[in-house]
Design a protein around this ligand. Sequence first.
Ligand code: NOJ
Ligand code: CA
Length: 686
Amino acid sequence: MGQPLLHHLQKVSALGIIIAALLPSMASAKAVQLHSPDRQIHIQLTDDNNQAHYQVNFDGKTVINPSKLGMVFKQLGRIDQQLQIVDVTTHSNDSTWEQPWGERQFVRDHYNAMTVKLKHNELVFNVEFKAFNDGIGFRYHFPKQAALAQYTTLDIIEELTEFSLPDAHQSQAWWIPGRGWNRYEYLYQHTPVSKVDRAHTPFTAKLSSGVHISIHEAALTDYAAMVLDQRRDGTFRADLTPWSDGIRVKTKPGFTTPWRTIQIADAATGLLNSDLILNLNEPNQLGDVSWVQPGKYIGIWWGMHINENTWGSGPKHGATTSETKRYMDFAAQYDFDGVLVEGWNIGWDGSWFHNGDVFSFTQSYDDFDLLKVTEYGLKQGVRLVGHHETSGSVTNYRNQMQDAYDLYQQHGVTQIKTGYVADGGDIKRVDENGVVHHEWHDGQFMVNEYLYSIQQAAKRGISINTHEPIKDTGLRRTYPNWIAREGARGQEFNAWGTPPNNPSHTAILPYTRMLSGPMDFTPGIFNLAPEGLDAVNRVQTTLTKQLALYVVLYSPIQMAADLPRNYVERLDAFQFIQDVPTDWQQSIAISGEIGEHVVFVRQNRANNDWYLGALTNETPRSVDVKLDFLDSAKKYQAQIYRDGDKAHWLTEPYDYVIETKAVTAIDTITLKMAASGGTAIRFKAL
Ligand code: NOJ
Ligand code: CA
């Protein structure tokens, strides 16, 4: 397999990969190095002291101090000592691939790679590194081999991968707690890196050197999710979420881990423009996916969250045939593709929370006629968006899954929102012997369970929008019907959350959660305070910030989450929601700082129009935006939805101005945003 190291040295030097003997006194120690194509990022792996450590620099600045690699298996013990680099092979790539839907149609996949073979006694394993201009990825591969021939299973007790960040007291982090009861649904904390306890990924930091990084993973399949556990100041261990029996990962010889990823950029916006996570996923495995349709939807949903309706039966039941038809009429009139209906199926009466066994996924309540509503919708070009709340009883769901997906397929439903409401660690798994186990949402069992639902749905031409999901690791590239997911605090928290989402929440999301993939945040609340501006539970934004979310928080499916009557009252502002597309030719983050503000521009995939979304945290601010992204040969009408002079999320959230301006690519416009305000613009090509 491998070639002698010295021979290799000559062979790969063109790629900027160097293999050198280190100190003469440690003749056996080796160092292998890799550069990104633009040579800004530099990775070094050494086997000093017979341990494997990697380190990463960017532009000459330390991003990752020497950090350990290794694994502990039940069957093999610790694999982190007596390690030796025995071979390295390299390759590089510069190609472009096409997304069926996404933030951009074409993605450039440009990297240098090295696979380093490490030896531990008789055992060999590989660590494969890829260096892109926007960050790095690495993963382990334990091939089948004589030393493992006697093992049919391998149980991972611990992954020893570390990420050691420099200057932990001065570097800053934005993070949510890992292994918490509320899964990923937390407000972000902004602290020195040294104050982080155990954090989910994407984990984003601004190092004291000014370099911005985000640690995450790509292509998480048949493995446990990694949370980051700070063991010493700045040093984080890849802490794999265990099964209920304590094993982290149940695998076998020949396995490969997900990619451990570090996005790296000098500016915060660099993180937002990175395609690293998608590039580290496998290509589409589903073939023709023209049936996966981006689009916009409304739904019988917010009414339940603000207590106007109920999921369960009774006088306030939301999911009735007549109410669904009313929503479908509205959808048809204002050009929405779908109507989500929650609470249509038996099980919502009584206590479903923590008790998902009560749900039937095929039987409707008496006042909901699936056939009638789907036929009614299809005549007008509107589809029912299906809904399955499992409340974490995944065995109950799996037992009904084939029938449930068949039923929806028969009725022309092409998209289902699934839900896994249950406390972290409280997923109910019933094994073959009828014994109940409680699993984490991000353990290996659920990683596989979520993907199973995607694969089963794909067979029927159905796309899935997962709530209370496993975090996104870019699997939409491989399974484009995994169209969106939640996986952070969404709009629902403004209805009942304690506390609701604060003004900085959506100024942090782009730099954290959104780096992993599309989010079903459900923007577009127009009645920002159903119980009055002083109520605790209200939306802490201005109205135009709600519009900006459609551009800022990318998802191929976007909901107009409010009640139709609230849109009818403000049809002028609603026009933006009608116009904004959900599928893009390209996307560019042009200005922003983590937790402060963000400005995104995106080009409609269907024509030459551009859209801008800008939002700010509690601090009002002005941002100048050069329009040089526009086509220089064209003139545009800018349709601007902005905060008025008195606007403030707390006192004057409805003070907005809608105006138009003729602009071209040589112009600059100044965005003036109120406290927790925002701007949304459509640049209509003339
Ligand atoms: C939580 C989901 O995030 C929300 O959208 C849904 O309405 C409820 N679960 C009920 O399924
Ligand atoms: Ca949720």
